[in-house]
Design a protein around this ligand. Sequence first.
Ligand SMILES: NC(=O)c1ccc[n+]([C@@H]2O[C@H](COP(=O)([O-])OP(=O)(O)OC[C@H]3O[C@@H](n4cnc5c(N)ncnc54)[C@H](O)[C@@H]3O)[C@@H](O)[C@H]2O)c1
Length: 440
Amino acid sequence: MTGQINRKEFLARSLAITSLGLAADSAGKALADHSDRPVRVGLIGCGNRGRGLLGTMLTISGVQVPALCDIDLDNLDAASSALTDAGRPKPESYIKGPEDFRRLLERSDLDAVIIATPWHWHTPMAVAAMEAGKYAGVEVPAAITMDECWQLVETHERTGVPCMMLENWSFRRDNLAVLNMIRKGLLGQIVHCHCAHSHDCIDHWFFSPVDGKITWGGQYLLRRNADQYPTHSLGPVLSWLNIGCGDYFDYMTSTATRSSGINAYFKRRFGADHPGARRTYAQGDIVTSVIRTRLGSTIVINYDMQLPRPYDNRWMVQGTGGIYNEQRNSVYLTGRSPAYHEWESFEPYQREYEHRWWRELRDNPPEAGHGGTDYLELSKFFDAVRSRERTPLDVYDSVAMSVIVPLSEKSIATGSSPVRFPDFTRGAWKRRGPSFAMDN
Ligand SMILES: NC(=O)c1ccc[n+]([C@@H]2O[C@H](COP(=O)([O-])OP(=O)(O)OC[C@H]3O[C@@H](n4cnc5c(N)ncnc54)[C@H](O)[C@@H]3O)[C@@H](O)[C@H]2O)c1
């Protein structure tokens, strides 16, 4: 979420324009010349999320999908049919194994790729996309090791090609209204945030609901004990606290509970003799991380994906002027809330501080994906691709959120010791102003 473009960024942007094959005499000219042309996108990973994103892409005008890649023929065929059923040309398929995405990236007609594969493929695919001069839109988390975080940053800086992690909750309607309220000073100076990804995924994502067979996602629960999925929690918090553009993460401690939920689930669902009921899982049921920022704010993040419960994010942001609580759908603001120390409904604030992106969608809400949030996220990503500009979330935002995975693992493994965040921006967070969702 960076603001003014400095020299290094300008060079990076010019490089991006050159590497993407556009007229490089001036960025402005290139932008003006190409503002209304179609955006051509390759989709890598046509599973559940990939096909969901594809459905959303079909509702965004000017987006073409001439190439699909997967290693699973059924998933690839289903995505291909989704395109032809919608009256689009039959896409070319890349299905010759796990490295065939590299052949897709050799195509000269693609502007961008959307990557919706298992986690360990995200960074290799995003790096290869940037190397090939294609904007990388990569699912969450963008990276799962410290080395991968640096690979993303260094590849972006060397090639100048943008990479955006597709963190949809940064674009949620309520979260953007809260961002507007914060920017207008209603909550005063922000001091503390809470966020969570409370989503029981045991019976559909991590294990087959039919026979309990472990999936690629479940494999991580066997061998890692970390906040494995921190970005949905942190997405809006990053902009609420100006992380990367005025403040930065300093250090963090993480603590995990024991692992009981998965065994209990298998016992309940498949019986005590099922191997899943007796297997040892590395992953604790709840991970609580506490981050302190350079300017002295704190953030509590909960990983909570393997105990039975309804979905929740439990966002809360607290400042010198008041508090917003997502779970209560309420605020309390000094000098504004009618009753002393009593919650009032967030609804009137949602209307008054509606972000422009959502005001524009209000009269014509799209059908697809998380109540329009995915539509907004992808359409803003493709706007950036079309105009060869920076993406709404950049590579620095992407790794700031993703690095929680390896850092929380390290803290848990060392008795909840504090772990320091590397400065992926190399000090630029002190100079940059916010740029995310500024057209409010
Ligand atoms: N942002 C969100 O709201 C959201 C929601 C769900 C999932 N996700 C993310 O989307 C990603 C995909 O999740 P999913 O639920 O669709 O999983 P999935 O298993 O349904 O789909 C993954 C697909 O990738 C394919 N694949 C695996 N290796 C490949 C390779 N080397 N080359 C090409 N294709 C390959 C698989 O065959 C499969 O079709 C995950 O990273 C997940 O974290 C994000």
